[in-house]
Structures are given as C-alpha cells and as structure tokens.
Write a protein that binds this ligand. Structure first.
Ligand code: NAP
Length: 279
C-alpha cells in the first residue's frame, strides 16, 4: 500500500483508507471488511461520533481490537458538541467506544456555532494529554481554512476532509491548490459519490472503462487514481463487502498517464468555481 505524508504531522499514511459511515447496518460484515482492509494495508480508518450515534465507533473498536498499532485512526466531533468542555468530553467518549487511548487525528466535522478558538483550545489540551496526536477539520472552504490556520497557528491543522469524486470536482478550483500550497492533507470523502458511481453506459463511465482496460484494472480503481494525482490527497472509500475492499486497495500505486488524466478531465468537467459542496 502506498503511503503519503499526512500534512504537517509528517506521518506516512495509507493513500487509500477506509470510510465507515453507515457501517452499523451490518456490524459483522463491517468488522470483516475493516480487518480485510487492514490486512491489505488500508490502515487509514475514518470514523465519527455521529455515525450510527456512536455505534460505528464501537464496530471500529471491535475491528481494531489487538490491531491498533500501525493504524491511523481518525474520528470527528460534532459541531454541536464542539465547545471547549464538549470537545474534551466527546473525545473521551469516542476513545472509550473505540477501545483505544488515542486518536491519530481528531476533526471538527463541519463548521458550527461554537468559537473555533474554543474547539482548537480543546484539541490542544487533548494533544498535550496524549489523547489525540494531531487535529484537523472537515467541510471547510478556503476562507474557513484561512481562519483555521490563523487560530491554530501554522503547522497545526493536519487536514481538511471534503467531498471529492470524479463527478464533484469543485475542490480543484481553489481548495486543493490552497492545501497543496500550505502542505495540508486533503482527504476525499465519498470518493465513489456515496454509491452513485458513473454507469458504464454513460460517456464518463465508458472513459473510465477504457482507461481501466488499458491498465488491466477496474473503473473504480481508475477513478480513485484520478483523485490521488495530487500528492496531498487521500481517499477513504467505504466498503462493507470484502470484495469491494479488495478492489479498492488495488487503486494504490496506479498511475494514470497525462493523456488519460486529460480524457477524464474532459469526461467529468469540473465546472465553474463554486462554494464547497457538502453532503
Ligand atoms: P463512498 O465511499 O463514495 O461510497 C460507498 C458506497 O460504495 C457503499 O455503498 C459501498 O458498498 C460502495 N462501494 C465501495 N467500494 C465499492 C466497489 N469496489 N465496488 C462497488 N461498490 C463499492 O461513500 P461514503 O461512505 O459517503 O464516503 C466514504 C467515507 O467518507 C464515509 O464512510 C465516511 O467515513 C467519510 N465521510 C465523511 C463526511 C464528512 O462530512 N466528513 C461525509 C461523508 C462521508 P458496500 O458498503 O456494500 O461495500
């Protein structure tokens, strides 16, 4: 599995990780899928207190039991909990559900009403206490990232987790170049459009098929490779079926040629600059 430097943390983190949203639907399948992913080097595991109202963190805790070493574990605090005390409490509850003593990265799930100063002060305390090793944000646009870095100080915001897939490339206009310039990781969530992957009958789907065929691989791997062409990008597809996990892991190391990137650029136009889309 290819690893990349995760922003200012300097940690080498799997480029293709594992999402966990909605994994509460079938806990046994989820545990098996997550463990298969770990076997294949997909050690970047993304979860959140919001998922299944805490149930998903418990499932992740089960999957990681006795396998915590070498995992880059990420969770997120809900904006409604992100006061100073609320953030510290939410993190401790996440740690208990995840059966671990630390998170590798802790994110604010999206911008909310609590002052960022308070949330980040809590993140700093959690870091000082060894309960989190780094922190970042999610669903922040460029102006919000500017503020986050101003509040946290340079080198302290590890990542921004945002919606990014072949059919939703808004981040490429300003946010991705901004993250590249500031050395901040951009983690692409819903990299398969939350299950709405281009049909092989569509023009874009056919372009993916052709490129995949040329590499002896699959359209989904080609789509992930397209997102991973910037060195600051990480992808966290969610798969609760072992076969899907195996397919997704195979995107690691797949390099598209410049003409292939240009063909995908034409097939999935990024459109006009627009505010950061969210789910
Ligand atoms: P996604 O990863 O784009 O798509 C997940 C869907 O794709 C599932 O139905 C899954 O099926 C299917 N799938 C995965 N691999 C496949 C394959 N190789 N072949 C066929 N189908 C495949 O959607 P997502 O869950 O929205 O996003 C990924 C992760 O990003 C989340 O789980 C979560 O951790 C994170 N996220 C963060 C935010 C945020 O606000 N920060 C928002 C959304 C998501 P199976 O499950 O049946 O395998």
């Amino acid at each position: 599995m290819e690893t990349r430097r995760f922003g200012p943390t300097g940690r080498a983190v799997a480029a293709v990780g594992q999402g966990t949203w909605m994994m509460e639907a079938d806990p046994r399948a989820a545990v098996a899928a997550l463990r298969k992913g770990l076997d294949l080097g997909m050690t970047h595991v993304d979860t959140a207190e919001m998922y299944g109202s805490g149930r998903v963190e418990e499932i992740v805790g089960e999957a990681l039991a006795a396998r915590r070493e070498g995992v880059f574990l990420v969770s997120k605090v809900l904006p409604s909990n992100a006061s100073y005390e609320g953030t510290v409490r939410a993190c401790e509850q996440s740690l208990a559900r995840l059966r671990t003593d630390r998170l590798d990265c802790y994110l604010l799930h999206w911008p909310g009403n609590h002052a960022l100063e308070d949330t980040f002060r809590a993140f700093e305390k959690l870091r000082k206490d060894g309960k989190i090793l780094s922190y970042g944000v999610s669903n922040f646009d460029v102006d919000e990232m500017e503020k986050a870095v101003r509040v946290a100080g340079a080198g302290n915001v590890a990542c921004n987790q945002v919606l990014y897939h072949v059919e939703e490339r808004a981040v490429e206009h300003a946010l991705l170049p901004w993250c590249e310039a500031h050395g901040i990781a951009l983690v692409a969530y819903s990299p398969f459009g939350q299950g709405k992957f281009p049909s092989p009958r569509s023009a874009g789907g056919q372009t993916l098929e052709e490129i995949a065929r040329a590499h002896g691989t699959t359209p989904r791997r080609a789509a992930l490779a397209f997102l991973l062409r910037s060195p600051v990008v990480f992808v966290i597809p969610k798969a609760s079926q072992v076969g899907h996990v195996e397919e997704n892991a195979g995107a690691s190391g797949l390099e598209l040629s410049l003409p292939e990137v240009a063909a995908l650029d034409r097939a999935f136009p990024r459109g006009e600059p627009r505010p950061l889309p969210t789910l």
